[in-house]
Design a protein around this ligand. Structure first.
Ligand SMILES: *Cc1c(COP(=O)(O)O)cnc(C)c1O
Length: 223
């Protein structure tokens, strides 16, 4: 595993993808998903210049955070969060990407000591196995979440099905961006909806073409 080389390749691909999409290079933040490696390796990747780190499980997030909290990184929690674990982690997280129920939002509201930047997870393809709100559920959910003070809805997070074609991945990402724009245009308090968390190792270039602002990349760094 040559971290420096992998990092160079990923960042170059992102530079090219933003160029192709006619977007400024700095409009996309690269999040390294460190779930495949230990804290020492994650620390080495940070030392190459990666500024955003993510974990998808609370226990692993806490391990990495404890080991690396003095490094200059922004911390992302990207996976499903059980309500009983909210209090252990929520005040350490800079961005939470998997807000998937109003009940979870209520628990964050109760436990957070400051407003938390959250992405609503949306299940555009309505895959049974995936978490997240269906598109038809979002209006009602944000009416409820709008009453809360500690939830700041910065954007939407979505994933395409593992077996989707390039075309259907693009269609899903495009729909997420359209939905995000509609929500942004409502200008509700605490709901800027400026961000889109989409794109993983297999599909980050498509995601950038469709307007992603945060790509979550694991395998391409750590292989
Ligand atoms: C693991 C994971 C990623 C990164 O996936 P890769 O295919 O390894 O790039 C992105 N998002 C979530 C939610 C993940 O759990």
């Amino acid at each position: 595993m040559d971290l420096q080389k992998n990092k160079t390749i990923v960042f170059e691909n992102i530079r090219l993808a933003t160029k192709t999409a006619n977007r400024p290079e700095n409009s996309v933040s690269v999040i390294a998903v460190t779930k495949y490696v230990d804290s020492a390796v994650a620390g080495q990747l940070i030392d190459t210049g990666v500024e955003h780190i993510a974990e998808n499980r609370v226990d692993k997030f806490l391990d990495k955070y404890e080991a690396l909290k003095d490094k200059p990184v922004t911390w992302h929690l990207i996976g499903t969060l059980q309500r009983r674990k909210v209090k252990e982690v929520i005040n350490l997280v800079d961005y939470f990407h998997a807000l998937d129920s109003v009940r979870l939002a209520s628990e964050i509201e109760k436990r957070a000591d400051h407003p938390v930047k959250c992405f609503l997870q949306v299940n555009i393809s309505e895959e049974e196995s995936k978490h997240g709100f269906k598109v038809s559920e979002i209006e009602e959910a944000i009416d409820e979440i709008g009453k809360m003070e500690k939830i700041q809805l910065v954007g939407l997070m979505t994933m395409a099905p593992a077996d989707a074609s390039q075309e259907s991945i693009a269609a899903i990402f495009q729909e997420a961006n359209q939905l995000r724009k509609n929500l942004q245009s409502k200008k509700r308090k605490n709901m800027p909806f400026t961000e889109l968390s989409m794109g993983m190792s297999r599909d980050y270039q498509i995601a950038i073409q469709e307007g992603s602002t945060f790509v979550r990349i694991g395998t391409s760094f750590f292989h």
